[in-house]
Design a protein. Structure first.
Length: 294
C-alpha cells in the first residue's frame, strides 16, 4: 500500500486486508474487454482513491500486441502479469515477446501445468520452466491441476520460490471446485506456508448461485475469511463451512475479529484473485461495509 491512503468523499479507504487483492483480468472472460479500453481503464483504476485495491494487469500471450499498442496510445507503462495457459512449452516465446514491447513492464508470470503426467510431475516441470525462463525480479505462479495428486503438487510448489494458483470457475459447472476441494487447497497451502491466488468464477464477494447458469460460485470474501481461519489453525472441515456461508454480515463480522497479525498472515497466504471487473468487487465491499475494516 502507499504511505498515504487515498479516500473517497465518504472518507473510505482501502484497509490492509484488501490491499492489491484484485488483479485486473479485464481482458479475460467473461469480461473480454478490448485492450484499447482495458489499458486506459487500468491506468484510471491505479490513479483513483481505491488504487490500493488494484493489483497488476493480466494478459495472455495472444493479448500482447494489442496491449502494447494500447499502452503506446495511452502513453502509459503497463505493469503486466503474463498468463500462460498452454503449459511450459510455450513459456519461453511468451516471455521473449514481452521483452520486445517498450510499453510493457513484465512483473510476473502465471504458468499452467501441462495436462499430461502426474500433478506433481507437471508442477515440477512448470517450476523448472519458470526457474529457467523468468527474468530477474519477475515473480512466478504455478497453476496446479485439480483433483487427485494435488497435495503432492503443492509439495513441489512449496519447495520453490513461486506461488500456487487454483482455478475456481469456468464455463461449465465442473469447473467450480466444491467447498471441500477448495478448503483442502487452502489448508494445504497454509500448512506448507505456500502463498496462493485464485482465478475465475469469483464474480461476487459472497457465495451465490448464478441466476442464469445455475452454477455455484465461490465468493472472494468467503475465501478471505476461510483463509483467515486456516492461518489460525482451522481444519479443512471448518474452512469448507466458511466457504459455504451466504451471509455478508457473517463474513464481515468474522473478518472484523482478525488481529493485525492474523490479517498479515491471511494476506501472505491468499495474495490475490483475478477479476474481470474492478468496479464490481469495490461496489460489493462498499455495500457490505467492509471498507471500514482496519
Amino acid at each position: 500500500m502507499t504511505d498515504a491512503v487515498a479516500t473517497d468523499a465518504a472518507g473510505r479507504g482501502i484497509p490492509p486486508l484488501f490491499a492489491r487483492l484484485c488483479d485486473d483480468a479485464a481482458l479475460f472472460p467473461p469480461g473480454n474487454v478490448p485492450a484499447a479500453r482495458a489499458v486506459p481503464a487500468h491506468r484510471a483504476h491505479r490513479a483513483s482513491w481505491y488504487r490500493d485495491l488494484v493489483g497488476p494487469f493480466l494478459a495472455a500471450p495472444k493479448h500482447l500486441t494489442d496491449v502494447a499498442q494500447a499502452a503506446r496510445d495511452d502513453e502509459t507503462l503497463v505493469q503486466l502479469v503474463l498468463v500462460v495457459p498452454n503449459g511450459p512449452g510455450s513459456l519461453a516465446s511468451a516471455v521473449r515477446a514481452t521483452a520486445s514491447e517498450p510499453g510493457i513492464e513484465l512483473v510476473g508470470v502465471e504458468l499452467a501445468c501441462a495436462a499430461d503426467g502426474s500433478p506433481a510431475a507437471a508442477a515440477r516441470e512448470a517450476v523448472w520452466a519458470l526457474d529457467r525462463e523468468l527474468p530477474p525480479g519477475v515473480g512466478g505462479v504455478v497453476e496446479v491441476r485439480r483433483g487427485a495428486g494435488l497435495a503432492e503438487a503443492l509439495d513441489v510448489v512449496a519447495a520453490s520460490s513461486f506461488r500456487a494458483k487454483l482455478r475456481t470457475g469456468g464455463a461449465v459447472a465442473q469447473a467450480f471446485p466444491a467447498e471441500v476441494e477448495l478448503a483442502e487447497f487452502i489448508v494445504g497451502c497454509v500448512v506448507r506456508r505456500l502463498s496462493f491466488k485464485c482465478t475465475a468464477g469469483l464474480h461476487e464477494a459472497i457465495r451465490h448461485t448464478d441466476k442464469v447458469t445455475g452454477f455455484e460460485h465461490h465468493g472472494f470474501l468467503n475465501i478471505l475469511t476461510a483463509t483467515g481461519a486456516a492461518v489460525q489453525g482451522a481444519d479443512a472441515s471448518l474452512v469448507a463451512s466458511l466457504l459455504g456461508v451466504r451471509s455478508g454480515t457473517e463474513l464481515v463480522g468474522a473478518l472484523r475479529q482478525l488481529t493485525p497479525d492474523a490479517t498479515a498472515r491471511t494476506r501472505r497466504a491468499f495474495t490475490a484473485y483475478g477479476t474481470c471487473s474492478i468496479a464490481e468487487p469495490l461496489a460489493d465491499l462498499v455495500r457490505l461495509g467492509a471498507l471500514e475494516l482496519e
